[in-house]
Design a protein. Sequence first.
Length: 351
Amino acid sequence: MKTMRLVVLASIAIGAFGAVSQALASTTIVEQFAALPPFFYDRTESGSKDISKTTQTPAFDPKGYLALAAALREWAKDDAMEKLRELAKRPDGGKTIALCRMLFQAKPGQIFRAPRLGAPDTLPRADQTQWPLEPIAIQDGIPFLITSGYFLNGVAETPEQYLDYCIAECDWSTAHYFRLSVSGFGKNPVPVYAKVESAGAALLLDVAPAGKGKWFDFHWTDFLRKQIQFSASYVAASEERRYSRTHAVEQPSPEKIADFSTRKSTLQKLIAPEYRDKVQIPKAREDDFEQILKVFVRERRNREEFVISIGFNADGSAGLQFTDGGMHGGGFMTFEKKNGQWVKKLHMYFA
């Protein structure tokens, strides 16, 4: 009897601890949500529900949304949906739309439609079918905003209505999201901002037309740069400072964050931060570097992988060495050119 009583008391204590932990986590989620910049058609501070008349703000915090999606995925599905309902009712509830696009997916044989906010002002590629998660895109597990606004004649779908659609018509996503952090592996930890830059650069390379001397439209390079700067300046810096008390982690500076003004500067964002000044990309080789780096982005297994060097051999082949944050010590890839295109030949990890 005494043993049973102890077991019951222990169960009650564990349950109480779990409830307290859930309450603390809930408070953190609300605070993180409130810290995100306004989303399209958020209600005004006066509490107006006529969301079709409010101003649009294209600011976006990739790391902040990623942290919230990861936190909600740690909850039981029903609890996470209830928290989303609570957030959607807030004056700034429009921010749940991006979370819905991250946390739900289409049921088999069906589509996962975009929120009815109007017609996108512009998209990096005009064909909306190429953006299955519009108004965001997920690159290397990191979300980015891919439209600067909407044209609306009428009243937009509310955050609550879109969430109701997601819960009723879609499945809970099987995607895994991980909080970005300063890599604790290896001699040169990868800062948070470098990971966001790398994903942004990969997204630009995927969108930009190939083989053109003029770099991609300034509107999009600047639009994406601002998102990365927002994420690095307001969210990632405190985490990096905390980590750098005992580790040598380079702090981001405004002139070093997300310079996408040229194709060369964009390509260098896929190179390990400590090697960016050492890896030279000659103008005549930019096409080769772009093709090789695109293959690398498709083939890499995690966001800790960054290029250390790219070399071209006399026989026309090429080799790339990369670091992976100390998981295996890095590895290398070799390439050959077929019909004018660089293709992977070998992909090896160091033991």
